[in-house]
Design a protein. Structure first.
Length: 105
């Protein structure tokens, strides 16, 4: 009873999530080594695509002639990064055997 310290916000959040999972009947399965490898590969591909997109963005920024053009390029970069993150998350959910997140367009 001496170690009954207050719980951290993280611990409380994890308890709430676990309770919610139990109520909804969600099951927790550990990933196989094959799945872990596939998830790592999906993340690595995403990182490579992001790096490529950022390099292209910097190159385009250097050639931009106006503030409007820079703003358009920045908007396109954000849109591309969001799309890449969505693709990555969908691929990881597919690997884990979960339902992929709904698309928001």
């Amino acid at each position: 009873m001496a170690d009954e310290r207050p719980k951290t916000a993280y611990e409380l959040a994890m308890e709430r999530l676990a309770k919610k999972d139990r109520e909804t009947g969600a099951e927790s399965r550990p990933l196989t080594e094959e799945q872990k490898t596939a998830v790592a590969e999906a993340r690595q591909v995403y990182q490579a695509r992001v790096a490529e997109r950022e390099i292209l963005h910097r190159s385009a920024l250097a050639k931009a002639a106006s503030a409007e053009e820079v703003e358009g390029l920045n908007l396109a970069l954000r849109r591309d990064l969001d799309r890449l993150a969505t693709d990555r998350d969908r691929k990881i959910a597919q690997i884990r055997g979960e339902q992929p997140p709904a698309q928001t367009e």
